[in-house]
Design a binder for this molecule. Structure first.
Ligand code: FAD
Length: 482
């Protein structure tokens, strides 16, 4: 008998799980294992919202495994020590896992693979979290890509992603299960329960992922191209936390979208379906960049931006975090984030741009706040999103394209439904004043019950002046370079 350990990390699912599938194929007892080792994540250990999600995701995984006659064993501490001790305990000589791409995880896994080999344990890793391996997609010169469109074109020239693997019919179980930590001992849940809004917004786990995907395929995907930028509409898939924790694989999403197109009688992808798969491409690109440019969570990809003259006003940062900037669309987004652990992509771009350009607060502070509050906090996607917004990343927007929070709001939340939902103190303002209450006449404000500086703040900066100040700062940075 040669049992196999399956080390679960960001692949908390039983369907389309290559490591689990390979272990089951071996026909020997399989031990599903999770190790809580936050100190091995470098500066990016799972933070508040992620820990909440992780707790429930592990509970859901354990339930799914039990339904297949297996169970999750939970351990804590250094991964290498935990795996070798566990392997010794159960007599396993094989350990399987699905690959991760964050710098700390890549380094840890490399060392671990070597150490396990030295201990006579066969370690095998699988592609379970991406459609395309970052190592395999290269420019003609053999370099990593830094621009999205050619990257995605090259991905689409690769062999089509394989069909997803089924849920194992049975997971071979050992005669006796080793001791496991109780999930509650990991203390992932907050002591003061602030997570009510997240609880109401998200069914965590593989079944929740499947339901979100099915709902999107039935109701959202056909309108994706038209609606994806509208935070007031239900136009996006909201799959990001499920993809981050691996409760659904990108391959499952890819296959489901293609099958849905075939069912609809289309011989080629509609613009909406292709546009949606392209967003999965941005996720691939983010992981590609993080894998090849490992310093980017802390350092700008474009080095000249290291000299950017940030102001970093702590009070302004706090007003932004709390959703009290005086710009309704920014505040709506920050409050949606605080309440539900998620924010619509268009609003992420507006809110992030406001922080780094209107307030001149370093993008790293914004990235850290998102890291703490997002249920989809993902080092690759978050780093890309912030560096893109700040103009210092790969394929970033040109610095001088500075989002105007009022015109963005008027365009993408035209009836104000999004702002009214998250900033209820402004709800009674007429549409034409909702996105810029400081321009409303006094009698209009009074009739809507709004006192600026009381129920709702005055805008903390004047956008046109702030925009000019940002452009001046950018010119100074460029001057420093010369
Ligand atoms: P959909 O529009 O339905 O897209 C489907 C999937 O494609 C998403 O779930 C996601 O996995 C991927 N995707 C979509 N847009 C992007 C993108 N721009 N970059 C990378 N992948 C993308 N996404 C995260 O998952 N985690 C983060 O920590 C994160 N931080 C961000 C920070 C900033 C400043 C910005 C501007 C964007 C950030 N994003 C992040 C990207 C994007 O906002 C979210 O992936 C998206 O809003 C998730 O909603 P959805 O699942 O409904 O997306």
């Amino acid at each position: 008998m040669s049992p196999v350990l399956v080390w679960f990390r960001q692949d908390l699912r039983v369907a389309d799980n290559p490591a689990l599938h390979a272990a089951c194929e071996a026909g020997e007892p399989v031990y599903p294992l999770f190790i809580w080792a936050p100190e091995e994540e470098g500066a990016w250990a799972p933070a508040s919202a992620s820990r909440y999600w992780l707790h429930h995701s592990l509970a859901a995984l354990d339930a799914a495994l039990r339904a297949l006659g297996s169970a999750l064993t939970i351990r804590a501490g250094a991964s290498l020590a935990a795996i070798t001790a566990f392997a010794r305990e159960v007599g396993a000589r094989r350990v399987y896992w699905n690959r991760r791409y964050e710098p700390a995880a890549v380094e840890r896994d490399g060392l671990l693979e070597q150490a396990l080999a030295d201990a006579g344990i066969d370690a095998r890793s699988f592609k379970g979290g991406l459609l395309f391996e970052p190592r395999e997609v290269r420019t003609n010169a053999g370099e990593p890509f830094k621009v999205f469109t050619p990257f995605w074109r090259q991905c689409l020239k690769q062999p089509e992603p394989e069909a997803p693997l089924p849920v194992p019919r049975r997971i071979p179980a050992p005669a006796r299960w080793p001791a496991s930590r109780v999930l509650a001992e990991l203390k992932l849940l907050p002591r003061v329960d602030w997570a009510g809004g997240i609880r109401q917004s998200w069914p965590v786990g593989e079944a929740g992922a499947r339901a979100a995907l099915d709902r999107f395929l039935a109701q959202g995907i056909d309108g994706y191209a038209q609606c994806r930028d509208r935070p007031d509409l239900d136009g996006v898939s909201r799959l990001s936390p499920y993809l981050h924790f691996g409760e659904v694989s990108p391959r499952q999403v890819w296959a489901a979208v293609c099958a849905r197109e075939l069912d609809a009688g289309r011989m080629s992808l509609s613009a909406s379906a292709a546009g949606y798969l392209r967003q999965l491409g941005w996720r691939e690109f983010a992981h590609h960049l993080l894998f090849h440019f490992r310093a980017t969570p802390a350092q700008p990809m474009r080095e000249e931006y290291a000299a950017f003259p940030w102001l970093d006003d702590a009070h302004q940062l706090e007003c932004w975090e709390r959703g009290r900037t005086g710009y309704p669309i920014v505040d709506a987004g920050m409050r949606e984030l605080w309440t539900t652990g998620w924010m619509h992509n268009r609003v992420r771009m507006i809110a992030a741009s406001f922080l780094v350009k209107d307030l001149l607060v370093h993008w790293r502070h914004g990235a850290r706040w998102f890291w703490d509050t997002l249920v989809d906090a993902d080092l690759a996607n978050n780093t890309l999103g912030w560096q893109w917004t700040a103009g210092c990343g790969a394929d970033a927007a040109p610095y001088f394209r500075i989002f105007n929070p009022v015109s963005q709001a008027e365009r993408f939340d035209p009836d104000g439904a999004y702002v009214r939902k998250w900033v209820p103190e402004l709800a009674r303002l007429p549409d034409r004043h909702l996105h810029s209450p400081w321009r409303a006449p006094d009698d209009v404000l009074a009739a809507a019950g709004v006192r600026l500086g009381a129920e709702y703040p005055h805008p903390m900066v004047e956008h046109d002046l702030a925009r000019q100040r940002a452009l001046d700062a950018w010119q100074r940075m460029r001057g420093m370079r010369r």
